[in-house]
Design a protein around this ligand. Structure first.
Ligand code: ZN
Length: 162
C-alpha cells in the first residue's frame, strides 16, 4: 500500500511489517498487529515512552508520528483491542465516553471479534463519501480508522448506500 490521499506528505501509510518508527521502538508482527516489545508496560497495560520529558503511551507517540497531534480531551483507542499493539492502522481517536461504551459493548458481545468501534449512520457514510473533507479529517471527525474511510470512499464497504 503506497501513500494515500489525506496523509501528510512526509508520512506514508505504513505497509504491514515494514513500518519503522523514528524513535527506537521494536515490535513483532502478530497477525495484523504490531506488538511493542521494546518498552516498559505501564500499570494501565500500555507500553510507554518518554517524549518531551513526559511519559506517554507508545501508541500515542506512533499516532502523532503518522497522523499529527492528538486533540485535547481525546485519546487513542485500538480497533484491535490489543493494548500492546502499535500498528498505526489500528489506532483511532476517541473520547472517554467512547471507551466506556466500548467496555459495555465488549461485556455484552458474544463474539470476541465484536469491537466497540463507533458504528456509522447512513448519513455519516454519505457525508464521508461526499468527499468534502480529506481522509485524515474524516478519520479524526468520526473516530474511525483511515482504512475505514478509504473503504467507504472506494465502495469496498457500505455497498448498499452506493
Ligand atoms: Zn492491532
Amino acid at each position: 500500500m503506497g501513500r494515500l490521499k489525506g496523509v501528510p506528505n512526509k508520512y506514508s501509510l505504513p505497509t504491514l511489517g515494514t513500518f519503522r518508527p523514528r524513535k527506537k521502538i521494536a515490535f513483532r508482527v502478530e497477525g495484523e498487529c504490531f506488538i511493542c516489545t521494546s518498552h516498559a508496560i505501564s500499570l494501565q497495560g500500555y507500553p510507554v515512552v518518554r517524549k518531551y520529558g513526559k511519559l506517554i503511551t507508545v501508541s500515542k507517540h506512533i499516532y502523532e508520528e503518522c497522523f499529527g497531534e492528538v486533540p485535547k480531551g481525546q485519546h487513542i483507542r485500538h480497533t484491535c483491542d490489543n493494548q500492546l499493539c502499535i500498528n498505526p492502522e489500528h489506532l483511532i481517536l476517541g473520547s472517554h465516553t467512547d471507551n466506556m461504551h466500548d467496555m459495555i459493548a465488549r461485556g455484552r458481545a458474544k463474539h470476541p471479534s465484536m469491537k466497540g468501534v463507533h458504528k456509522l449512520s447512513d448519513e455519516e457514510v454519505l457525508a464521508i463519501r461526499a468527499r468534502n473533507e480529506s481522509n485524515l479529517d474524516c478519520m479524526k471527525k468520526y473516530g474511525i480508522a483511515l482504512r475505514t474511510v478509504i473503504y467507504i470512499r472506494t465502495g469496498k464497504t457500505h455497498k448498499d448506500l452506493l
